[in-house]
Every structure is written in C-alpha cells, then in structure tokens.
Design a protein around this ligand. Structure first.
Ligand code: C2E
Ligand code: MG
Ligand code: MG
Length: 395
C-alpha cells in the first residue's frame, strides 16, 4: 500500500485527520451564511498537511471515499454539537470526490449518516467538482437528483477551472455554482475577465442557481463580485479555513464582519431592476405585455391580484374575453368593448397614449372589487408592431 494511504489511514484512526472550516459570507450583508469543510492532517509534531499533499494520491489509488465519509461525519458531529449547545446551526459543504458518483446508494448512505446525528438535511451540502462531470452527464444528473430528493443541497465546485460545459451547467439540477478562483485575477481589472464573470453570474441567477465565489482575497475582487450579483463569498479576505473550535466560536460571536455595503452601490443593474419591479408589483399586482398586431400577450405576474384564473400567455382576443367574463355582469360589455383589439388599434392610430377603465371584477374568493385597467401604448426599437403594457390596480 502506498505510504500516503497508510499515513492517512493511521491519521484517521488517531483522529489526526481533521475538518477545517472556511466560512462563506453573504456578499452584500457580510453575514455568515455557511461554511466548507476542508480536510487537514494535523500531525503530532504540529505540522499541518494540506489536502493537496494526500488527496490526489488517495484518489489515484481509489482510497478517497473513506476520507470523504470521515470528514462528513466530523461535520455531522460539529452540527450536532452546535445544536446541543443551543447555537444556530450553519449549513456546511462537504467535498465528495467524483468516485462517489458511482457509489451505489450514495444518497441513502448520506441520509443514514446524517439521520444518525438527528440533523436536518438542509444543513449538509454535497460539493462535487465540475471535472467529475465530463463524459458522464446522465450518471451525474441522476446522482445529483437523488441527493437533492433527500433534501440535501448540491454544489458544483471549481466551476470555470476546467472545460466548463455550458450545456451541462444548463441541465445540472444543482443548488449552487462555486466559481473557481482561477477566474479571478488580483483585482479583476481585466475587461474580458469581467465580462466573462458577469455573464457566469447572470446565467446562474437566471437559472435560479445560487453562487459562491471562491478564493476572494482583495477588496477590488469583492467590490466587483458584488456588482455581479454573486450571492456568497468564500476567501481569505474574510477568513481562512480554521479548526473546529475557532469556527464554533466564530458562529457563536459572529454578527457581521464589516460595514455592510451600500446595497444601491453594490448591486448589479439586474438587482436594481428587481427592486424596482418589487415596488411596481406592490401597486400593480398584474402586468400584461400585449402585441396587438400579433394578437398575443404575456402576463408578468399576478401576485396579490384577486383573480388568478387566467393563463399567463396566449391569444390577446381570448384574454379580453376571459377578462370580461370575470367582470360584474353590468361591466362586461364596457370592458369587452374598451379593450377589443380593433378599438385599441384605433385609439393608437388616433395618437391616444393610453386607454383606461374601472370595472368590478370577481376575485378567487367570490368577492367583487374595483379594478382599474390601464393600457399604455409603448414603442419598441426593434419592431413596428403595436405593443401595449397593461397595468391593473385593485382600487
Ligand atoms: P476546494 O474544494 O475548491 O476548496 C477550496 C480551496 O481554496 C481550499 O484549499 C481553500 O483553502 C482554498 N482557498 C479558500 N479561500 C482562498 C483564498 O482566498 N485564496 C487562496 N489562494 N485559496 C483559498 P484546500 O483546503 O487546500 O483544499 C484544496 C482542495 O482539496 C479542495 O479544493 C478540495 O478539492 C480538496 N479537498 C479538501 N478536503 C477534501 C475532502 O474532504 N474530500 C475531498 N474529496 N476533497 C477535499
Ligand atoms: Mg470544495
Ligand atoms: Mg473549489
């Protein structure tokens, strides 16, 4: 047996193999959100052996699985301790080598381990490197789904370090994408690098995948990542991986690591738009985009709107018929006429900026309420079609 494998087996038996914890912070509020467990061999002579000195050899010889399970159990013990001490439990990521993808019943095994410590599954995140994905997409996707089906989170580690496949990233049902530190140069001043990073974060955000930037060391990197809408930060700028006791102490005492960034300066344009949309939806719970020329519509949302029976996209004429049918009998005709497509097109041809009407509409609860519907004609730079944005407000 290789010397390294022997050493690590001994280290596990003597409890010299330890999990160190590196905190992950919310990029905007700087609050502690989660952590990653990283293996260290703390030798009796005080030397701390980093994982790169033994993990590759353990992987090469097919002996990594036992280390991963050992670290995972250390994490369970720590979370259990946090619970019994009455502290707040913070989710922790555990690295699992790609070999586990072929481990039968991985999800069951993880469940059994975590359940034996009576922990909530959401507290454990399985981290697997992006390089594990190459050539085995189907296998990996099923493996990830089986883990998530048990309520654990899954993070794709080292994204962007190897041959990142966008088609894989598109399909992967992961919760978190960890952006590799190799994508971040010293101060993120390179224009191309910035564009690539912005796109990765935008892409992950649009797909509803959370993001962690790894290896963040400088103020400039942090500021830039904030503008990219990166969700969490893991790096020396906030904290290095630390022994269990230090980490527990940090969790006990931590409030915030620094002055919170001014959200308006730190956020990317996309988040500013989201803030704006939040306010608009407060006033107008239903917003509809229609193309009168093409007889189509797209409904943005009907949060808080009293009637939710309409499909979210389809034929404009049918939308108006449906809308009319939800109105008070005395209002149905005026609604159908006011918003009939030919009448709207005529109003547009007459240079009217908007068409508005207040009616009584029945809600899902069977109660009639006054609704003001306003159709604003809008111009698009890319089309001559007659477009309308409808804002509906409960009155
Ligand atoms: P990883 O999972 O990508 O972990 C992140 C690595 O980046 C860690 O190195 C961490 O210490 C380092 N890091 C974090 N912030 C910074 C920073 O600001 N600057 C720099 N330069 N580095 C930073 P570490 O602990 O040496 O671990 C290296 C790799 O070893 C890990 O990369 C992971 O792939 C592997 N590893 C660690 N523990 C385990 C384990 O229990 N099982 C398995 N299978 N792999 C493990
Ligand atoms: Mg990792
Ligand atoms: Mg990584």
């Amino acid at each position: 047996m290789s010397e390294v494998v022997n050493d690590i087996r001994q280290a596990m038996a003597n409890h010299e193999l330890k999990a160190y914890y590196q905190p992950q912070y919310d990029s905007i509020t700087s609050r502690l959100k989660s952590a990653e467990a990283l293996a260290r061999w703390v030798r009796p002579d005080g030397v701390i052996v980093p994982p790169m000195a033994f993990i590759p050899e353990l992987e090469r010889t097919g002996n990594i699985a036992e280390v991963d399970w050992y670290i995972c159990e250390e994490v369970c013990k720590l979370l259990k301790k946090q619970k019994s001490d009455g502290g707040k439990q913070v989710p922790i990521s555990v690295n699992f080598s790609r070999f586990h993808v072929r481990e039968p019943d991985f999800a069951e095994k993880l469940t059994a381990l975590v359940d034996s410590y009576e922990l909530e599954h959401r507290l454990i995140c399985v981290e697997v490197t992006e390089s594990a994905m190459v050539n085995e997409a189907d296998l990996i996707l099923n493996w990830i789904s089986s883990i998530r089906a048990e309520g654990f989170a899954v993070a794709i580690d080292d994204f962007g370090s190897g041959l990142s496949s966008l088609s894989f990233a598109k399909d992967v049902p992961a919760d978190i994408l960890k952006i590799d530190k190799s994508l971040l140069s010293g101060n993120c001043e390179n224009e191309k690098e910035r564009i690539v990073l912005e796109c990765i974060f935008a892409f992950a955000n649009r797909l509803g995948i959370s993001t962690v930037a790894e290896g963040v060391e400088t103020r400039e990197q942090l500021e830039f990542l904030r503008t990219c809408d990166c969700k969490k930060i893991q790096g020396y700028i906030f904290a290095k991986p630390m022994p269990e006791e230090d980490y527990l102490e940090l969790c006990r005492t931590h409030t915030k690591i620094e002055q919170t960034a001014d959200i308006l300066q730190a956020q990317a344009p996309a988040s500013a738009v989201n803030l704006l949309l939040g306010v608009i939806f407060k006033k107008y719970p239903l917003i509809i985009f229609s193309n009168l020329t093409r007889n189509s519509f797209y409904m943005m949302a009907y949060e808080n709107f009293t009637s939710t029976s309409c499909p979210s996209t389809g034929v404009f004429d049918e939308l108006i018929m449906h809308g009319a049918s939800t109105m008070h009998p005395d209002d149905q005709q005026s609604f159908a006429e006011t918003f009939a497509r030919e009448n709207l097109l005529k109003a547009h041809a007459d240079d009217k900026p908007e068409v508005r009407l207040t009616t009584r509409q029945i809600g899902d609860d069977g109660v009639y309420r006054r609704v003001e519907t306003v159709d604003y004609f809008v111009k698009s730079e890319s089309s001559d079609d007659v477009l309308v944005i409808t804002l509906c407000e409960n009155r």
